[in-house]
Design a protein around this ligand. Structure first.
Ligand code: NAD
Length: 435
């Protein structure tokens, strides 16, 4: 056991660049760790530390496969996390972000990918759960430093498209933090397994406005659960992040008569809000003070920036009765759900309320109708009520109630495809995908 723990520890010590260099030195361009019949199979013996790490990770959740790729001359590593393909081929956003270690990449990917299985299942989509990660080249601090259309950005996402193509459809890409519609277009230029592509190419475009509508409807439903009314007039809401999701959420809240505070770490979006929404209170907070918005004397907190903002350190600051926002993985760990519950703070799990992004893109290959998406957004309201009522009835946290329902749905096999994703993974291994 000690040996396994030591091995797993190496993954924490591997920087992304160090791991990339190791793959390069060994001439490895594709690697995998695949879970089958209770065991993790590796493409290369050098991945033993990764195997130990996965075995010890609370987030592993029997992921069907973790796939890693790189291309000569491209300064980024590619990951596809495939949690479950029982309900269909795996689908989830592609994150383009900077990570301190390989462990941080793997932990983020595993959590997000399992979250996608739950989100897709609860939304009634016939898709499994997966997530992609492209690591930001280490000389950059933020993905926005690589401008749209820059040759380097294009090269990275086209290469990711070839990596996705090689996976034979077991993972379908969508937009996520750090990626934009034009990155999906670059991927789509290399494979047919991309969604959230631009309208010009027959896709559904940026889904964020729909995501915000879903979060707004969830917030109303939760208020109905707590206060027997979904009229938000005078309700005090603090929104963290004025980006693609935060911004349209603020507008809906303001239109509904709520009193809104919004924070961001950059001034630009706040300046616009000040001009266009004079009733909204704006707070420009540097990253090290970003948590201040969470401690405001308000009724609701809506995290719409980053994950893990609700954690052991920030929960004691919270005065709100309700947390409901668009960010993925708002809680740092599942234990936080219990701490919130004990403190009488209700939490709407993010995969219940922020589903509309994926709902908008998921089925775009079968034609896009705005009307479908608007109708689907309305379902977020009853879904939220159902989760909160089940939690109250069963005396469990809303997260436990939502996980139980989502996991039961995610375990159902696709009525036509069956467990096709599993067969694709088996085929990849048998046909020497990694060699
Ligand atoms: P975005 O990048 O457009 O906006 C995020 C905003 O938050 C930016 O303005 C950024 O400056 C700000 N920010 C970053 N750190 C902050 C901090 N500590 N405090 C305050 N502001 C901070 O991203 P987005 O598309 O709006 O997504 C926001 C969250 O919602 C992410 O967690 C994303 O995974 C999740 N999400 C988005 C969608 C979608 O449709 N866009 C769907 C589902 C989930």
């Amino acid at each position: 056991m000690r040996r396994e723990t030591e091995l797993a520890g190496q993954v924490r010590e591997w920087t992304v660049d160090g791991f990339h260099e190791q793959l390069r030195a060994e001439g490895v361009t594709r690697a995998f760790a695949v879970y089958k019949d209770g065991e993790i199979l590796l493409s290369h013996p050098g991945l033993r530390p990764l195997q130990a790490f996965l075995e010890q990770s609370p987030d592993f959740a029997q992921h069907e496969g973790v796939f890693i790729g790189r291309e000569e001359g491209v300064p980024a590593l590619f990951f596809a996390f495939v949690h479950s393909t029982r309900r269909g081929l795996s689908q989830g956003g592609l994150r383009f972000w900077k990570y301190d270690s390989l462990a941080a990449v793997i932990e983020d990917g595993l959590r997000l990918s399992q979250g996608m299985s739950r989100k897709n299942a609860l939304a009634g989509l016939w898709w499994g759960g997966g997530k992609g990660i492209v690591t930001l080249p280490s000389r950059y601090g933020h993905p926005s430093e690589l401008a749209q259309g820059s040759p380097e950005r294009l090269r990275i996402f086209e290469a990711y498209g070839r990596f996705g193509a090689s996976l034979g459809g077991v993972y379908y890409t969508a937009e996520d933090v750090g990626t934009k519609t034009y990155d999906m277009d670059a991927i789509f230029s290399q494979n047919r397994f991309a969604t959230c592509i631009s309208k010009e190419l027959g896709g559904s475009g940026n889904p964020s406005v729909y995501t915000a509508i879903g979060v707004f409807r969830a917030l109303q439903a939760a208020w109905m659960f707590l206060e027997k009314t979904d009229d938000l007039t005078g309700v005090r809401v603090a929104v963290q992040g004025a980006g693609n999701v935060g911004r349209p959420l603020i507008e809906q809240l303001d239109d509904a008569g709520a009193e809104v505070w919004v924070s961001d770490v950059v001034a630009g979006p706040l300046e616009e809000i000040k001009r266009e929404r004079p009733r909204v209170h704006t707070m420009l907070l540097p990253q090290e003070e970003a948590d201040r918005i969470l401690g405001l004397d308000v009724d609701v907190i809506a995290p719409c920036a980053r994950g893990a903002v609700i954690n052991e350190r920030t929960i004691p600051l919270v005065k709100a009765r309700l947390i409901c926002g668009g960010a993925n993985n708002i809680l740092s760990t599942d234990k936080d759900a219990e701490i919130l519950h004990q403190r009488g703070i209700w939490f709407v799990p993010d995969f219940v309320c922020n589903r509309m992004g994926i709902v908008n893109c998921a089925d775009e290959w079968s034609g896009h109708l705005d009307e479908d998406v608007r109708n689907a957004a309305e379902l977020v309201y009853p879904a939220t009520l159902e989760v909160l009522e089940a939690a109250r009835e069963q005396r469990v946290t809303p997260l436990e109630a939502a996980n139980a329902k989502a996991d039961a749905e995610a375990a159902r096999l696709h009525p036509i495809l069956g467990h096709r994703g599993r067969r694709i993974i088996d085929h990849l291994i048998e046909s020497g995908w990694h060699s």
